[in-house]
Design a protein around this ligand. Sequence first.
Ligand code: ATP
Ligand code: MG
Length: 650
Amino acid sequence: MSDEAVYPVTDHFRNKALIDKETYESMYQRSIQDPESFWAEQAKRLDWMKPFSRVKDVSFASDDVHIRWFDDGTLNAAANCIDRHLEERSGQPAIIWEPDEESEDNRVITYAELHEEVSRLANGLKSLGVKKGDIVTLYMPMVPEAAYAMLACARIGAIHSVVFGGFSPEALAGRIDDGGSKVVITADEARRGGKRVPLKANVDEAVSLCKESSVDNVVVLKATGGNVDFNGNRDIWYRDLVGKQSDQCEPEEMGAEDTLFVLYTSGSTGKPKGVVHTTGGYLLHTSITHEYVFDYRPGEVYWCSADVGWITGHSYVVYGPLANGGTTMMFEGVPTYPDVGRLGRIIDKYKIATFYTAPTAIRSLMAEGDAPVANADLSSLKLLGTVGEPINPEAWRWFHQKFGKGQCPIVDTWWQTETGGILISPLPGAIDLKPGSATKPFFGVQPALMDPEGNEMEGATSGGLVLKDSWPGQMRTILGNHQRFVETYFSTYEGCYFTGDGAKRDEDGYYWITGRVDDVLNVSGHRMGTAEVESALVSHDAVAEAAVVGCPHEIKGQGIYVYVTLTHGQSPSDELAKELKQHVRKEIGPIATPDVIQWADGLPKTRSGKIMRRILRKIAADEFDSLGDTSTLADPNVVDDLIEGHRVAA
Ligand code: ATP
Ligand code: MG
């Protein structure tokens, strides 16, 4: 890439950070050389009911994959996120909620109130017969009750399975069936960007579609007051359920390896997998990463804009910040409603210190020029973060400049649903930044790059990204299918966890995620990541967003097929197509020149904002009949538009 700029640790963080350069180096070394003692010490940040005597019991050997941490210790995740903070912080906001409609009242929930709400709901769930080990499905709007429901499950030892509130009844039914839920918690409707989603009606349909599960109870939160059909034998209003319950509920003593939750991956590469996370290791990992990666200090208002329906919402809206006694922001809406200035207004309103979001949100704002920050002060910000996809250096710089005023570091955090928490990321006081690079591994994380024959490569190079040893937050299995777990993650490179991602390591040992290995292009024998070509395109003023896939090409083996969304006010033309091709040639080289450019008003994205390149690959190859699972798409309609556009472009 032409961009080799380095942004050194800022004075603010050099002087005040929790972890500075020397501390990072020495702690990292210790975490690798003696993981047992390192993690035993770190685990003291949690409150254990019964202390553990064993730290780590792990095998990555493909004939015996097992992962256990602290397995004879016991604790309760909800007690760690709530009860232990009561003495010092009962009056401090635990959750601040900003509604979709700006004119409506916000909600501020203190730790004392969180304790009460969660305890009542926990008792309510017990009254419905929910027991330790049962799976409860949550299909909720982005409201505090979603967090209450997760924590109420954790409190009584039930396993939550959160399904994003925008998924179809079919997708919901599949997930209810997979876990065998008897209880579903939902709301009348969800709101996002002024639009409504009929959650309760979707649950009704999903329940009727279930083949394995018989859902006994549906708990319904009145969120919007919208009309619902009410089945008196099965359905119960949330407030009726909790209203009559005691506000005291003893937290259940859970083994560290008891399952805390199941969550399905976003499905950008195939059928979603039910990822299983357990209690002790997951909570330790989310808590320690939340504190050190975001340099979090109690009292600060921290905002992660992810929905609780995906892993970032679990780890960095709910469990990490609350385990640390933090104040976590929940936003019901979207960045562009009622206008593109919304995020800036929220940051100013709550004096947000840290803002953690996704590259897709940044690109959508970047397309609007200065408007998103024109009237915002933003001086409360000290740190920015991104997750979900490689961030294009152009978008990085825009975010850094416009939101961070050139002063706030950006932590580009690489991780997966499977990893539970952040694995590769800068620590703001320790690691100089390079736009587009997730930089260095977190404590205990041992990345390596593999060649296609399965040999580990040294030095500056690129290859398949693996992790050579376990970390506490690692997933333990795929729900009900350990064999698929082993095959998916441990069979490609013997003895290693394979991430499915490709990465490059530079001379400074920095990691640059280049995209899924399936997305690596091979043009006339030259391998390059889709991320690299996309970043070159996005660095052109006319381009808001780009997705690059390989397409069959008679001479080159693979050609480069590009989908481009233009910025506000730009319109497609043959001249612009030529100019973009020229631009990529100049940025990367002739080998990367796009073969086909298709104009696209929208791209197929998962609900968590990731581009589903597998669908774009199929369209580029004329294989419209085998698009695969599209149930997790945010807007299935874009597929038809793209097929139409392909006929024009090709
Ligand atoms: P599925 O596994 O079902 O296809 P998914 O991989 O999209 O779904 P997630 O677990 O939400 O589901 O996403 C993890 C992936 O997101 C990573 O493997 C990586 O490809 C990408 N990713 C996340 N954060 C970053 C980042 N900071 N830089 C680059 N890529 C990232
Ligand atoms: Mg994945």
